[in-house]
Write a protein that binds this ligand. Structure first.
Ligand SMILES: Cc1cc2nc3c(=O)[nH]c(=O)nc-3n(C[C@H](O)[C@H](O)[C@H](O)COP(=O)(O)OP(=O)(O)OC[C@H]3O[C@@H](n4cnc5c(N)ncnc54)[C@H](O)[C@@H]3O)c2cc1C
Length: 371
């Protein structure tokens, strides 16, 4: 069989690139070693008719109009703004930390943004050069909040002290002086109306898809002109510069005979319990059902790769693979595993659209030269 393009990985990155290339008349094959499309965004309906997010809760949010409009070609949306709480003792606190969180936690009564900003200024530790995640939190909000909300959660999640992690890990979480309790503030926040898997089906309708297929096997069976690889970049190069480590998650799902289990879609447990959070995705899907499904998340080692571990050693290893990748002709690396970077879905789509444009431009130039 002869294809113009082979795409390895049927997650968001692979599917966007496949859709773009096939829309320009290319014959495209997408393969995935899993038995389903959608990569980590995959969802399915269980026997009770409830949606389950197999690889963890996926809430779409973006400020990028182009990304939102692009995905809107393949799905309708259900507007949904995520709200998250942290459970400390018997109390729930709004996350990200906002003025209400500060008032409840410190048992004070900050009434304005200025009052909150002044309070935070007093709590902050002065650190001239912030070198890691611990210092990032201490220099932004101070030690009490660090100890209660960040320290143990980060240790559970990453199995290492925040001192050993990039400041970027905690810098993603804002500290607010207002009382906005939305987890994200992006302009577009929504769930695909019929789920992620249906959205992927629609994206891939003009593309050949082969599941339960590994890259090593398929290259022996088909011919293709170019390839996009969205699997782990270190695996592609036979781990020659060492392994790029990931933190994994084990999701323990439970169906309960009640309409709702918790008040929020997502509750974090920084201190109590071995799990880091409990998700009840029904809040986001809006499904009406007498039952509900919850997922407890246990960080583990050695499962499916979930989060790249951002530190200097790993950045250096990745840099060596990236250099090697640039020497390859007609091969592109994309997505979170191909680029060893945590990407939100919108970032994955934006980056995949760019890669697809680059590939199409290169093909056009090549065709012109050959004419
Ligand atoms: C727990 C969790 C929760 C998240 N929640 C959100 C959220 O709420 N909002 C948000 O915007 N983003 C969220 N994300 C990020 C989101 O999952 C990613 O942006 C997106 O899945 C990245 O898509 P991808 O195609 O790069 O990777 P993937 O979805 O991982 O796809 C890669 C695919 O390649 C396949 N593959 C790998 N190697 C091979 C091989 N050798 N042969 C064949 N196939 C192979 C894999 O099986 C996989 O299906 C979350 C991520 C995690 C880990």
């Amino acid at each position: 069989m002869k294809y113009d393009s082979l795409i390895v990985g049927c997650g968001l990155a692979g599917s966007v690139i496949a859709e773009r290339l096939s829309s320009q008349g290319e014959k495209v094959l997408v393969i995935d070693k899993r038995d389903h499309i959608g990569g980590n965004c995959y969802d399915f309906r269980n026997d009770d008719g409830l949606t389950v997010h197999k690889y963890g809760p996926h809430l779409f949010h973006t400020d990028d109009k182009k990304v939102y409009e692009y995905l809107s070609r393949f799905t309708e949306w259900r507007p949904y703004e995520l709200r998250v709480a942290a459970s400390l003792g018997n109390e729930l606190y709004p996350l990200p930390i906002n003025r209400d969180t500060l008032n409840k936690f410190f048992k004070i009564n900050l009434r304005t943004e200025d009052e909150a900003a002044r309070f935070i200024e007093l709590k902050k530790e002065k650190i001239s050069i912030v070198k890691n995640a611990k210092q990032q939190v201490l220099s932004t909000i101070g030690r009490e909040i660090y100890d209660a909300f960040f320290k143990n959660y980060t240790i559970k999640q990453w199995k290492t002290d925040p001192e050993n992690l990039d400041a970027s890990v905690t810098a993603r979480i804002p500290i607010r002086t207002n009382t906005d309790d939305r987890y994200f503030t992006d302009k577009y926040q929504a769930m695909p109306l019929n789920g992620y898997a249906k959205m992927f089906e629609s994206m891939l309708k003009n593309v050949d898809v082969k599941l339960n297929e590994n890259f090593e096997n398929i290259v022996k069976k088909i011919s293709f002109e170019k390839m996009v690889y969205t699997g782990p970049i270190d695996e592609f190069f036979g781990f020659k510069f060492g392994r790029l480590p990931y933190r994994s998650l084990d999701f323990q799902f439970e169906t309960l005979d009640r309409e709702f289990f918790q008040e929020y879609c997502l509750i974090n447990y920084p201190n109590e319990y071995e799990f880091t959070r409990i998700t009840e995705i029904k809040h986001a899907t809006g499904e009406k059902n007498e039952k509900t499904v919850i997922a407890r998340e246990y960080p583990i080692e050695g499962g499916e790769p979930s989060y790249p571990i951002p530190n200097d050693t790993n950045h250096n290893i990745y840099g060596r693979y990236e250099k090697e990748a640039k020497n390859l002709k007609n091969v592109w690396f994309a997505g979170r595993l191909g680029q060893y970077k945590y990407f939100n879905m919108d970032q994955t789509v934006a980056s995949a659209l760019e890669t697809a444009d680059e590939i199409l431009l290169r093909c056009k130039i090549k065709r012109k030269i050959n004419l």
